[in-house]
Design a protein around this ligand. Sequence first.
Ligand code: NAD
Ligand code: WQD
Length: 336
Amino acid sequence: MNILLTGGSGYIGSHAAVALAQAGHKVVLYDNLSNSQLDVVSRVGRILGYPLVLIEGDVRAPDLLGQALREHSIDAVVHFAGLKAVGESVAQPLTYYDNNVTGTQCLLRAMHRCGVRTLVFSSSATVYGEPRYLPLDERHPTSAVNPYGRSKLHIEEMLSDLALSDASWRIACLRYFNPVGAHESGLIGEDPNGIPNNLMPYIAQVATGRRDRVSVFGGDYETPDGTGVRDYIHVTDLAHGHLAALNFLASASGVGWHAFNLGTGKGHSVLEVIQAFERASGMKVPYEIVARRAGDVASSYASSDKARHMLGWQAKLGLDEMCASAWRWQRYCAQL
Ligand code: NAD
Ligand code: WQD
């Protein structure tokens, strides 16, 4: 298949590009480089042994998008492009609705015009809002607790309406849990600008000495050790989930709109992640327990049964591999 990856030079997109290209697909990247560097594309090329095409553009630019879809005879789109910082979305909701929701509308219009009807969308476990029961399965009610989450929910609903209106669409919303880790080569990974919002990149920067200690947000949750529990998933497993979703959409059952959780089904606490990172890196990761972070829930983890049954996919890599790969990537970053 010829596959366009919007946001393809970002953290998850670059790993999916490797997995899809290694499975024999022709992959074209489309990214405005608002949160990624051109150099990522050359490192993806080093992993693959050949260069990928990057079209530098915004998903809100319909003409360029249409041209990309036609010139590369695109069969399917994987839509990673979007803004993802929860706090920033609270401060700048319109920026998030414009980039994420309007951006997706523009993409869908361009796909419609060019006759491309297969889409995999990067959704998030955030669409479940506050968990009413665990593990979270795809039937759990959806709700949004911040503008970022609301943008994901709007997009999922828009995609569902579209699939109902026209039976030729094949759409999979992949609800990622907590993606972490890096490609085994150590050449690509997550490299946030400024102070990391997320736990794993923060721990990695403490381990290298770039930051003093991890602030553990809350030690009094109803969890085994009092710290927050999440379903961390290796980005390589996540990347393979996209391949499985594309194969499913191409099958007879792929018609219509579908939602799948991509998680491991296992929860790990903040302290467990810190300890695993210390084992993987051989470095000390000092931490201090501080107040809870507003908006955090005690525990969140997936039921991944639907993806296992319908996509034939399940996560293979554990927390130790996640930490080891994140550490390898962090050491590479230190030389960049
Ligand atoms: P990322 O920021 O590394 O990648 C997103 C890419 O999209 C970047 O390269 C950025 O330059 C590009 N982009 C943003 N807006 C664009 C636009 N308007 N036009 C073209 N390109 C644009 O983020 P990521 O972690 O790789 O996330 C990818 C997707 O997965 C996002 O939609 C995100 O919301 C979703 N997601 C991420 C996580 C996570 O924890 N990383 C969890 C759940 C869902
Ligand atoms: C994990 C755990 C924190 C940082 C976020 C988004 C979600 C999704 C994934 C996109 C929690 C604790 C964290 C730190 C800490 N993104 N923590 N100290 O909050 O589960 O999910 O990223 O869709 O929408 O909300 O991930 O990595 O921020 O936090 O103690 O410095 O680590 O309290 O328990 P989160 P996270």
